[in-house]
Unconditional design. Structure first.
Ligand SMILES: O=C(CO)[C@@H](O)[C@H](O)[C@H](O)[C@H](O)COP(=O)(O)O
Ligand SMILES: [Zn+2]
Length: 198
C-alpha cells in the first residue's frame, strides 16, 4: 500500500514535468534572457519565498554565487530568506508581510531582478516584495502555481511568469526546482555557449 502511494507520487511528478515542459519552455527561456541581460549589465538577482520556496531561493543563490555545472566567476544573487536577525526584527517590529519588501528596499536597484517564488501566488510578503521591486524599476521572474494567484495579476509583459499548471504545493515545488536548474543551465550557456560538458 505504501509502495503504491510512493509509485503514484513519482508518476504524478514525472507526468507533470513532461506536461509542464511544453507550457513552460518559453517563459523559462524568457527568464534566462532577462536574468542574463541583468547580470551582463552589472545588476543582481534577489530571491524570496516561504517554506520550501525559501530553501529554493537559497539553492538558486548558491548555484549562482558558487557554481552550477561549470567553472565560472561568481554571479551576484542574494536569497532574502537567510538573515534571521533581519527577518525577526522586521517581523517583530513591523509585520511579517514586510520581511522581504524591506530588504528589496534596502538592496534592490533599478535593473535588478526579483525571483519571486510562491506556489499559491498569494503569499503576502512575496506580493509586497514584488510591489516594492516594481516601484524600483526592477524586473520580476515569478515562479507560481495554482493559476498564479494575485502575483499573476501584478505582472506586466516586462516581467516573466512561470506558472506550473497544477494545484498541489509539493508537485509545484518539484517543478520549481527543475525550473531553477534550467535557469542556472541557461545562464551558463548564455555565458559560454555549447553544453555543460564542453
Ligand atoms: O514546502 C512546503 C510544502 O511542500 C511548505 O513549507 C510551504 O512552502 C509553505 O507552506 C509556504 O508557506 C507556502 O507558501 P506559498 O508557496 O503559497 O507562497
Ligand atoms: Zn515541501
Amino acid at each position: 500500500m505504501m509502495n503504491q502511494r510512493i509509485l503514484d507520487q513519482f508518476r504524478e511528478s514525472a507526468d507533470l514535468k513532461m506536461q509542464a515542459a511544453e507550457e513552460l519552455a518559453l517563459p523559462i527561456a524568457q527568464a534566462v534572457e532577462l536574468m542574463f541581460t541583468a547580470l551582463s549589465n552589472g545588476n543582481k538577482i534577489l530571491a524570496c519565498g516561504n517554506g520550501g520556496s525559501a530553501a529554493d531561493c537559497q539553492h538558486f543563490a548558491a548555484e549562482l554565487v558558487g557554481r552550477f555545472e561549470r567553472e565560472r566567476l561568481p554571479l551576484p544573487a542574494l536569497a532574502l530568506t537567510t538573515d534571521t536577525s533581519i527577518i525577526t526584527a522586521v517581523g517583530n517590529d513591523y509585520n511579517f508581510n514586510e520581511i522581504y519588501s524591506k530588504q528589496v528596499q534596502a538592496f534592490g536597484q533599478s535593473g535588478d531582478v526579483l525571483l519571486a517564488l510562491s506556489t499559491s501566488g498569494n503569499s503576502a510578503n512575496v506580493l509586497a516584495a514584488i510591489e516594492v521591486a516594481l516601484d524600483r524599476d526592477m524586473r520580476i521572474v515569478a515562479l507560481t502555481g495554482k493559476g498564479g494567484g494575485a502575483i499573476g495579476a501584478m505582472l506586466s509583459d516586462a516581467d516573466v511568469h512561470i506558472c506550473v499548471p497544477h494545484d498541489r504545493t509539493a508537485r509545484i515545488q518539484e517543478v520549481h526546482l527543475l525550473t531553477i536548474h534550467c535557469l542556472c543551465d541557461g545562464i551558463d550557456v548564455a555565458l559560454f555557449g555549447g553544453d555543460a560538458n564542453d
